[in-house]
Design a protein around this ligand. Structure first.
Ligand code: TXA
Ligand code: MG
Length: 332
């Protein structure tokens, strides 16, 4: 099958919507990362998403809606924190986990009685979903385990020949996946860190449980698997620890340091090859996957700087640690 990148025009949305309505898959941009979409009410369509990605069968998909007024068609909103989060952060880079309605098919949720619902802020994503006139189940549009795609070419690298169309037109501004938060009980539980931070959720809801406090919780199966890993080795160093970075650089043949601008400036003076990912964690997060994909081919090792855990730093560090495989995935 030939794979084409389409411009984000209404005419192209209609072509892609026809594919979705007849049970096919289409990749599309969102502000977090690119998604691989299918009709969330059609088991057969959703099973194609799992096949194309090589995704484990017990890792549920997020359902994307074009407007938050549709949320109650697909899930039950029963708690005050659910209402607050919808009001404050949607549309935006956040996914709420709620009890599902039967119209969402079993393959989306892998048999769970809950579903992840998200309303992207990206206008392209919303216009495409609206043209489909269906809820769209979509994981990130990478091969399972690889860094998520933040532009159409990344999707092409991983999935060429496995789908007909990729809607292009913009790079993902945020660059890491949405915050996933379970709002089925009175205190919201973060299942995956993202651009909507714990501090922001506390400000809206008064309280939050963090992933460490819900570890072992089977409700976010996706967090068990190794993720976001480039094909070369990944080595980590603490924020500003230039000596460790230099040591690792010397130890690994053909390696490069990726980190904050200030750290890279110091390392450059020591003749270490560096790539600055930006001055702050927001910029670093937006470039992380693109840099991993660009550099994995020509380096044996990437030496990544860990962020301070402030603002989006928690989410950034979660992805960096998983890319390096330092989180224990032994459970599966
Ligand atoms: O930003 C994003 O969320 C992107 C874009 C395309 O919207 N999507 C994305 O999907 O990252 P994916 O499939 O790569 O990650 C979905 C995460 C997984 O960790 C999965 O386990 C969790 O959401 N999830 C989905 N449904 C769930 C449910 N019912 N209960 C608990 N966790 C759920
Ligand atoms: Mg993913």
């Amino acid at each position: 099958m030939e794979t084409k990148i389409l411009k984000p025009t209404l005419q192209n949305f209609l072509i892609c919507a026809d594919i979705i309505r007849s049970g096919g898959v289409v990749a599309f941009p969102t502000e977090t990362v690119y998604g691989l979409g299918a009709d969330a009410t059609n088991n057969l369509a959703v099973s194609k998403v799992f096949n194309v990605k090589g995704r484990p069968q017990d890792n549920p998909l997020i359902v994307h809606l074009h407007d938050k007024t549709d949320i109650e068609k697909y899930g039950f909103i029963k708690t005050e924190c659910a209402r607050q989060i919808i009001k404050t952060f949607m549309p935006g880079p956040i996914t709420i986990v709620v009890k599902k309605r039967p119209i969402i098919c079993e393959s989306v949720t892998c048999g769970l009685d809950s579903v992840g619902l998200r309303v992207p802020v990206s206008q392209i994503a919303r216009d495409f979903i609206k043209a489909c006139n269906l809820p769209i189940a979509a994981p990130s549009a990478n091969s399972s385990g690889r860094p998520s795609p933040t532009n159409a070419n990344h999707v092409m690298e991983d999935l060429k020949g496995k789908l007909e169309y990729i809607i292009g037109g913009e790079s993902s501004e945020i660059g890491i996946e949405s915050t996933v938060v379970d709002v089925t009980e009175n205190v919201p539980k973060i299942l995956r860190y993202g651009a909507i931070t714990p501090q922001m959720i506390i400000a809206a809801c008064g309280n939050v449980l963090l992933p460490s406090a819900v570890e072992g919780d089977k409700r976010s199966p996706g967090t068990r698997y190794k993720h976001y890993a480039p094909s070369c080795k990944v080595v980590l160093f603490k924020r500003g620890d230039v000596n460790s970075a230099e040591e690792a650089y010397k130890k690994y043949d053909l390696s490069k340091v990726i980190g904050f601008e200030d750290t890279c400036n110091i390392l450059k003076l020591r003749s270490v090859k560096t790539i600055s990912a930006g001055a702050d964690a927001l910029e670093y997060a937006s470039k992380l996957y693109d840099l991993m994909r660009a550099e994995e081919k020509t380096n044996h090792a990437l030496i990544l700087e860990i962020s301070d855990t402030s603002s989006i730093g928690d989410a950034l560090n979660d992805r960096i640690l998983r890319a390096a495989g330092t989180i224990d995935f032994s459970e599966k």
